[in-house]
Ligand binder design. Sequence first.
Ligand SMILES: Cc1cc2nc3c(=O)[nH]c(=O)nc-3n(C[C@H](O)[C@H](O)[C@H](O)COP(=O)(O)OP(=O)(O)OC[C@H]3O[C@@H](n4cnc5c(N)ncnc54)[C@H](O)[C@@H]3O)c2cc1C
Length: 719
Amino acid sequence: MDHKITDKIAALPPDAFYFSLEFFPPKTSMGFANLRDRLDRMARALRPLFVNVTWGAGGSTAQKSLELAEICQRELGLTTCLHLTCTNMSRALIDKALDDAKALGIRNILALRGDPPRPTEYSEEGEDKAASADGSDEPEFTYAVDLVRYIRKQHGGYFCIGVAAYPEGHAEESHPLGQSLEHDLPYLVEKVQAGADFVMTQLFFDQAAYAHFEQVLLEHPSGAFKDVPLIPGLMPIQNYQMIKRTTKLSHARIPDALMGRLDAVKKDDEQVKSVGVDIISELVEQVKEIKDRTRADKPKGFHFYTLNLEKAVSFIIERTHLIPPGTPDEEEAVILEEVAVVDDAGSGVVSVAAVAATTATTATSASGTRGVPSIRINGTAGSSNNIALSPLEGHPARRQSSIGSDPRNRVIVAGREPSQPDYEATALEASVPAEPVNTRSNTLAISEGEGVLGREATWDDFPNGRWGDARSPAYGEIDGYGVSLHMTVNQALKLWGKPTDTKDINEIFIRYLGGELSAIPWSEEEFNAETATIRDQLVRLNAKGWWTVASQPAVNGIPSTDATFGWGPPHGFVFQKAFVEFFLSSADWDVLRSRLTAPGVRENVCFYAINAAGDFVSSDSSVRVADSGTGEPKEASTNAVTWGVFPGKEIITPTIVEEVSFRAWSEEAFGIWKEWAALYPKNSATDKLLERTRNDCWLVNIIHHNYVEKDALWDLVAA
Ligand SMILES: Cc1cc2nc3c(=O)[nH]c(=O)nc-3n(C[C@H](O)[C@H](O)[C@H](O)COP(=O)(O)OP(=O)(O)OC[C@H]3O[C@@H](n4cnc5c(N)ncnc54)[C@H](O)[C@@H]3O)c2cc1C
């Protein structure tokens, strides 16, 4: 079977639709295992023409990206497009990636620049620098076009090459015209003329901007784009904060009318997701109309940035009829589900019943025999409450309640017994048949969250960045483009200058807390109203060189509609434990550690601490040492630090802190010190300061369990 994307597109009938799904390498091994199952399910249910695997800027995810690409191409047999960036990394790494891709049978590369190249070459010690092959000081890779040319030179026509485009213009502050499609255009033409075979766009929400983009490319006097597939990139809206951050980083505009719809429900994640499905589905239909005008005679493609989640994208793809037709057998499939049903009297007693339901009511055939599906949250259509319905009411039987379920929504593990039964389940326990129910229709229903299996497929549907569950494939930062300062060198230097003393670093953090700086290297998020309530406490910590990168105040049962602390549906109450995470010197850590493990304190706190070398200590290990007389090993702790209680729902715990996620995040946190140092000439005073500080400091997260005493944590760390 041919795995070149352009050949596959050329083989489609002119009126066909196709799409690709983008995934990033998960941060943890459990995330990897769960993504494999997810990919398998989505591939069978949705039938993408190809899948994309992202590449961390500067090669930061090289190994993991190749691992994921191997799973996609080799294990699952999916046509895979590996992303590859070319700046701030060695040529040897590019060569290796291309050779490895070839060895895996991968025929498609999305050739990207990555982060802007830094003035001083950045490479791991001992690695070849990506300097020019002719030995001059000019780096060989400055723009994506350099990579396109390089791949063509080294590998001829073996790879089908894609390049990125930006319907609203690429946001690069160095250009005098600012962000504009017209500025990028000559360079996009150059990329195509250098040998790119297809163009894939940045995410957008503004259909008018996309219509303009298509028109301009089609009418370009060079004729470069006439026969090149243009694949629009769309991102399902997963939650309000994420979309705000994504649009800020990508500089994609959300039209006011769309933003208004999201603003109206912004405190309720479920509603945001549901409105988000509507918005992106409408956008797909609008783009289809645009393509009917510009490229009526060609198959129409879409690219979805999945963020490693499946439910929203499954709804969008089904609702917009993008799934290619299957065999009649598949469409007639029957679901045999094991469902938990609440008894009619609503006593909360749960029984288990095996119920057969034809998929005619639950899944769409390619010809669209089913009505437009609406997003379901734990089995209820369009409602934020889990209302128990009898299977006899004419609806297909679904899991109607999560009463009695494990509140942590266990993760399915394959090929081994669960090592942590509280968090993991075998396929059998989760009611997954030994042989997968191998039809598209019921696989799709599962992806959309139907039934017991659906619950296992969508358990992590509300990720919370680094504060979510690290077993989720979606755990971590939003785009999988690796550790990055998310800005150009000039912007970074303007913000943070050239610190030469730790007091200068204190100053940067304090100015950020005071609203004078829009970002610190670890966060470009605006300082929010909630954190403002502990601003003074944070300033005091930063003044003594404890640089805070995350924190939250204690909250004890405030209405979910509260303007500062509220979240989730109305009529609920929200709670928080105070926590703070900061870097501090190893000398300060020694003192603080003995305070945290002293009797009277250690019962009230959990802490996790790690340094750049990977030395790790936590309250769990300290307690183990302290209690060694009992010989009882203590299980690693998990801390729910934000939770909400809402009518008709389980307790929701969007924010957790635990060892596995802390460790995964710490790699990134220490990586950011390196990224910051790389802005400055090697061996300059600032480079040396940042390198020395990184090597010496510890990253510590402290959680105080007494959330009723709102100052307890702050009094402890101030002492
Ligand atoms: C579909 C898609 C997937 C992506 N996947 C990843 C990923 O996996 N990992 C990752 O790190 N990033 C990824 N990115 C982000 C991408 O790396 C960044 O947007 C990066 O800033 C630009 O990359 P590019 O390939 O478009 O660069 P280029 O085409 O090199 O353009 C970058 C900028 O330079 C300008 N320019 C180009 N050539 C010249 C020239 N000769 N002279 C002057 N100016 C020029 C352009 O106008 C533009 O402003 C992705 C982006 C898209 C749209």
